[in-house]
Design a protein around this ligand. Structure first.
Ligand code: SAM
Length: 231
C-alpha cells in the first residue's frame, strides 16, 4: 500500500541511521569496495554534486554566502561548498549521517570554514539563507509530502533553491515498476519519482520559478537538477 503522511519520515530516519547509513556511506565515499550498481550510483551522484557546484558558482563567488544544505548526508556537497568559502548550515534527519559528515569535514577543512552541523529534519529548519540546496532527498517522499517540503525550503531561501529528484519519465517509471516486482534485499525504503511539472507547480504556488535545469543519468542513477528563483 502507498505510504502517505507521517509514516514515511520515521521509516526514512530509521533506515538512514542503520542499514541505509552503511549502504550510502560506502556509495558516497571514495575508497570502500562497492558492487557494480553501487559504483554506477556513486559516479552518477558525484556528477550531481559537480553540476550543483557549477550552478552555484556560475552566479559568482560563494565566499561569505550563506547556504543551507538540507539532508546533507555525508557532506558530499557541504564540504566543497565550505571549500569555496560559503557559510554552510548542514543538517540531516539522521544523526549517523551528520556524525559522518562532521568527521569528514574536520579532516578536509580548516576549523574556521567548518559547516555548522545539526540533526534536524528539513521541515523543522528555520532561519534565512541566501541559497538552500536539497539533493536527492525528495526521492524518499511521495509528491503530496514533497509539495510541503519544497514550500518550506523556498521559505528559508532569499535568492535561490537548488533541488534534485528522480524524474518521473515514462522510461524510468517502467524501470521502477520492474524493480518493485523484483525487490532486492538492500531496498529497505521505497523510491518515489516526481514529475517535473509537479515540482514546478509546487514552486510556483509559493512564488518561485525554475531558472536552470540539468539532467544527470548513468545506467542506474537518474537525477533532475533544478535551480529556482523568486518570480
Ligand atoms: N544530500 C546528500 C547528498 O546528495 O549527498 C544525501 C542524499 S541521501 C540519498 C538522502 C539523505 O536525506 C539522507 O542522508 C537522509 O537521512 C536525508 N533525509 C531524508 N529525509 C529527510 C528529511 N525529512 N529531512 C532531512 N533529511 C532527510
Amino acid at each position: 500500500a502507498e505510504e502517505v503522511g507521517g509514516g514515511d519520515k520515521e521509516v526514512v530516519r530509521e533506515y538512514f541511521n542503520s542499514t541505509g547509513f552503511e549502504r550510502w556511506r560506502k556509495i558516497y565515499g571514495e575508497t570502500d569496495e562497492v558492487n557494480r550498481v553501487q559504483k554506477d550510483i556513486r559516479i552518477g551522484h558525484a556528477k550531481t554534486v559537480e553540476n550543483a557546484m557549477l550552478m552555484l558558482t556560475e552566479e559568482g563567488s560563494l565566499a561569505g554566502v550563506t547556504v543551507c544544505d538540507a539532508g546533507c548526508g555525508t557532506g558530499s556537497l557541504s564540504i566543497p561548498l565550505a571549500k569555496e568559502g560559503a557559510i554552510v548550515s548542514a543538517s540531516d534527519i539522521s544523526a549517523a549521517m551528520v556524525a559522518e559528515a562532521q568527521m569528514k569535514a574536520k579532516q578536509q577543512l580548516p576549523s574556521e570554514n567548518l559547516p555548522r552541523f545539526e540533526v534536524n529534519d528539513l521541515e523543522s529548519l528555520s532561519g534565512k539563507y541566501n541559497t538552500v540546496v536539497c539533493l536527492d532527498v525528495l526521492i524518499h517522499y511521495p509528491q503530496n509530502k514533497a509539495d510541503g517540503m519544497i514550500a518550506h525550503l523556498a521559505s528559508l531561501a532569499e535568492k535561490r533553491v537548488i533541488l534534485s529528484f528522480a524524474p518521473k519519465t515514462f522510461y524510468y517509471d517502467i524501470l521502477k515498476r520492474i524493480g518493485e516486482l523484483f525487490p532486492g534485499p538492500s531496498k529497505a525504503t521505497r523510491a518515489y519519482l516526481h514529475a517535473e511539472a509537479d515540482v514546478e507547480r509546487a514552486l510556483r504556488k509559493v512564488g518561485w520559478k525554475i531558472s536552470k535545469r540539468g539532467l544527470i543519468t548513468t545506467q542506474f542513477y537518474f537525477s533532475r537538477l533544478i535551480e529556482a528563483v523568486p518570480m
